[in-house]
Design a protein around this ligand. Structure first.
Ligand code: 9UX
Length: 69
């Protein structure tokens, strides 16, 4: 079943950060779309059968903190 996951992300300060987070999230299996916002320090991720913990781990590996909100 399709999922929409909203995340709070801290530590992003420029557009390159946004791109790093976007790419990392898009590489997680099942993710179809990741919209990351610097303005609101958040992301909306869409996908199917996604392991949310893998998204959080992928973001943390890039050096940012993420929580589901
Ligand atoms: Mo921009 Mo983000 O120079 O970690 S890439 S601050």
């Amino acid at each position: 079943m399709p999922q929409t996951i909203e995340l709070k992300i801290s530590g992003m300060t420029c557009d390159h950060c946004v791109r790093s987070v976007t790419n990392a999230v898009q590489d997680v299996p099942g993710v179809s779309e990741a919209k990351v916002s610097l303005d609101t320090n958040s992301a909306v991720v869409k996908g199917e059968a996604v392991d949310i913990q893998k998204i959080l781990d992928a973001i943390e590996e890039e050096g940012y903190e993420a929580t589901v909100r």
